[in-house]
Design a protein around this ligand. Structure first.
Ligand SMILES: [Zn+2]
Length: 513
């Protein structure tokens, strides 16, 4: 059965997408060339008013539609319906009514968002499996326009429809299913998502836990919201080294500092280089560039990762000092103890949506590390599901704001998650951090750079700065961002040398502070 669906999907790709790829630029969904609305302007010098064409969808003025959404796609369908109505209001001055399918009578001319209870939606559920990864679809049936996309991908379908309406004006949706994919644009918004303690095998273990079904109740929205692990959907995949300046195995302070500033430092140090001088972090850089800024975490803000992206001090242990340092921070948002990203993240993203110079946001899922230290599977899964939940929101945001790039990485792995050959499952085998490389994944324009590469953690920072248009961020002695900047295993002599260096640096630091 599954295989038949796959073949059908392949058939659809061949029949529907490939011809669409060859269709030339300015055509609508049926392949017809739309009326050129600009031609009239050139003929007369006096008349500079562009000819206004009332946007229509399959011949009907767009504002005459009712937008009907289904609760089956949770909030994603509802928000897509509201987006369509708001955008049509901007274009025409009239907002189409938005209704929940089960609460409104069937009327003429409806845009159906998700799989509604309208009879025209029948059969569309069989196409669910035809949209994989980052695909969505549209199809016309009689006086109904049907849009479908799995969860957050409905946003892609809604965005595409509005884009066509505003650009082409007279849009025709085909009676045959048209599959679409998002097209990302030059990024001005940068999202950095950090799973503290999340290694490649943590991802695999999380997937297995989801598939087993045993852990569903420990996920956010348990029961009504299954949480497939979607981190693997990110199209560009690389990895990064994690060691700190003085240790093969980093802690979250040195790891966070490398990711945030592009400088290696000693374990325990926040936002200072190996001479213990303060170094600029990506959030401060973004602020200088006139971007909106947010540091967000599910952990406390004086945790090592958010602190690395916010403040500069010698030790992660002194939380009074850290909190005092936070008093100086002027970012737009510092939000900690996030329980439900669906609430906390959306609020911030909404407020950033129209930021002129875009924004930089670092979001940390901090508890993957904590519960990997404890080898606590249930709580690990809760944290991991929350990271995926954040990812869903980011994906949805990117559908509406394709000038956004997202990078997912980790500061280090925790728990030495290993495949147990006997059970065929991944398990914790250790209670601390390890030195293995960690995932570096991405989506959006610019993220293709990391595909197949191994970066140093300082290189990740330099790369993220490049995404914001800055080429000389971080330690200038580390020129190539793909350079490996240290030995994977330090010798005793090397360690002794670093210890001496650290002692000296602390002396100088104490003199100054
Ligand atoms: Zn840890």
């Amino acid at each position: 059965m599954k295989k038949t669906k796959r073949l059908l999907a392949l058939f659809l790709v061949l029949v529907l997408i490939i011809p669409a790829m060859f269709a030339c630029g300015n055509t609508d969904a049926t392949g017809n060339t739309p009326v050129d609305t600009t031609a009239a302007e050139d003929t007369t010098v006096a008349d500079t008013t562009p000819v206004e064409v009332d946007p229509t969808l399959n011949g009907i003025p767009v504002e005459n539609y009712t937008v009907v959404y289904s609760a089956s796609g949770f909030d994603f369908n509802k928000r897509a319906a509201e987006y369509i109505s708001n955008q049509i209001e901007i274009l025409t001055g009239t907002a189409p009514k938005v209704v929940l399918d089960t609460e409104a009578e069937v009327t003429e001319n409806e845009i159906l968002v998700g799989i509604t209870n309208r009879q025209e939606s029948l059969g569309i559920d069989s196409v669910e499996d035809k949209t994989e990864g980052f695909e969505f679809l549209s199809v016309a049936k009689d006086d109904k326009i049907l849009l479908y996309g799995n969860e957050y991908m409905i946003a892609g379908a809604a965005y595409n429809l509005i884009k066509e309406i505003s650009e082409i004006k007279t849009v025709t949706i085909s009676t045959e299913i048209t599959v679409g994919e998002p097209v990302f644009e030059e990024a001005k918004n940068v999202i950095l998502l950090i799973g503290d303690g999340m290694g490649f095998n943590s991802l695999k273990m999380g997937n297995e836990m989801y598939e087993s079904g045993e852990y569903a109740k420990y996920a956010l929205y348990s029961g009504k919201y299954p949480q497939p692990i979607i981190a693997d959907l990110l199209p560009y995949k690389g990895q990064n080294y994690t060691h700190s300046y003085d240790n093969d195995v980093t802690d979250s302070a040195a790891g966070g500092t490398a990711l945030a500033t592009g400088y290696k430092t000693y374990n325990g140090v926040l936002g200072l280089d190996n001479n213990l001088n303060p170094v600029k972090n990506l959030t401060e850089l973004a602020q200088e560039l006139g971007k909106k800024t947010a540091v967000m975490t599910s952990d406390v803000k004086n945790g090592a990762t958010p602190s690395s992206f916010s403040i500069h001090t010698i030790t992660r242990e002194d939380s009074d000092d850290i909190l005092a340092e936070y008093e100086k921070v002027t970012f737009d948002y510092v939000v900690d103890s996030i329980f439900d990203p669906a609430v906390s993240l959306r609020e911030v993203l909404d407020s950033f949506e129209n930021a002129e110079n875009g924004f930089f946001m670092m979001y940390e899922e901090g508890l993957i590390d904590k519960f990997s230290h404890n080898n606590n599977y249930r709580s690990f899964y809760t944290a991991y599901a929350r990271l995926n939940s954040a990812l869903r929101l980011f994906f949805e945001f990117m559908m509406y704001n394709p000038d956004t790039v997202l990078i997912l990485t980790a500061d280090h792995e925790t728990g030495r998650v290993t495949l147990n050959e006997e059970t065929g499952k991944h398990e914790f085998t250790y209670g601390d951090h390890t030195q293995v490389n960690v995932p570096l994944y991405g989506i959006g324009v610019g993220a293709e750079f990391i595909d197949g590469k191994t970066l140093d953690n300082t290189g990740v920072s330099k790369f993220v700065a490049q995404l914001m248009g800055v080429d000389d961020f971080g330690d200038p002695s580390l020129e190539q961002i793909t350079d490996k900047t240290g030995l994977e295993t330090m010798t005793e002599d090397e360690k002794a040398l670093k210890d001496k260096e650290k002692e000296e640096a602390i002396k100088n630091y104490n003199k100054k502070n």
